[in-house]
Design a protein around this ligand. Sequence first.
Ligand SMILES: Cc1c2[nH]c(c1CCC(=O)O)Cc1[nH]c(c(CCC(=O)O)c1C)Cc1[nH]c(c(CCC(=O)O)c1C)Cc1[nH]c(c(C)c1CCC(=O)O)C2
Length: 344
Amino acid sequence: MSPHAKPLLRALAGETLPVPPVWLMRQAGRYLPEYRATREKAGSFLDLCYTPELAAEVTLQPIRRFGFDAAILFADILLVPQGLGADLSFVQGEGPRLSTVGTMADVAALRPTEAIHETVGPVYETVRILAEALPPEVALIGFAGAPWTVATYMIAGRGTPSQEPARKMMLEQPEAFQALLDRITDATIEYLARQVEAGAEAVKLFDSWAGSLSALDFERVCLEPNRKIAAELKSRFPGLPVIAFPRGAGAWLEGFTAACGADCVAIDQHVPTKWAAERLQPRVCVQGNLDPLLMVAGGEPLKAAARRIRDDLAGGPHVFNLGHGITPDADPENVHVLLDAIRG
Ligand SMILES: Cc1c2[nH]c(c1CCC(=O)O)Cc1[nH]c(c(CCC(=O)O)c1C)Cc1[nH]c(c(CCC(=O)O)c1C)Cc1[nH]c(c(C)c1CCC(=O)O)C2
């Protein structure tokens, strides 16, 4: 089967399909009982990420249960900081904790880019297993965090409500901040290149905190690193589809789409789909953008919203997804409701 027989890859290549391919952010996650069981078996979340057989198993679980059009590698955006030398742990119920980067000396003390592979090597093995195990019509997506979003965790040492520690470092120590962004950018290119060599057929960059940047900083801190990573990967792997997700980019979304060089731009649930159809779809495939809360609520509101998004974006290339990750309190049965509404 030629790779472009896969519906996801056809949409990413700019084809308008009668039924959009579907996958969900965080489709392998705590809302699934089988994920919780495998996670328990692995011990910790990081053990799960670094045990290729188990990481491949949880990646495949939602494919088996729901028949999504794409699998996303099971890993985390914080593995790259760990590869660069940050101490990383996940505290149950509280999220990630990392050693912090606050000065130029801290940036200089990070490990060199080539050293990341020693830490994150098992991820490439997960990709190799998946490339063999996936059904032929299902595409495999590799991913990484975009540099700004990764920097927000490395600087604060944890998730923060409005990314203030990182924005403060940007303003007070611009050179150290830029040096950190550049180090993450380089490491991300090598990390994603290895995923592609191992069998990832598309890559996605998660810039989950793009929305906390001021309009004046957006171009340099969000757009430029995304553009650089996409350009470098495409020069090494001609034709590689790149999905960018500048979450919360707001009025910058159109300029981002025009300049970033991604084949697909993922939009969050705050972006009106008719606007995206008019302003983004002529240039790129659009991915999104159902409110994840509808996966908790279910019923008619879920069906109506799913059909509305599908219909609004039916005139161009579209990959159906949520506006952000599916939450642990979502009902797995609602995924069937969603798929029936879109495909039925
Ligand atoms: C910011 C971010 C992270 N990780 C990620 C992002 C960007 C996307 C977004 O904005 O949500 C990306 C990510 N994280 C995970 C995936 C796997 C693939 C998939 O989407 O199914 C992906 C693509 C697994 C995960 N990553 C994490 C879980 C839950 C861990 C568990 O099993 O306890 C999963 C399934 C943990 C994680 N990882 C991260 C946080 C803040 C947390 C704790 C919050 C939480 O518990 O949900 C960092």
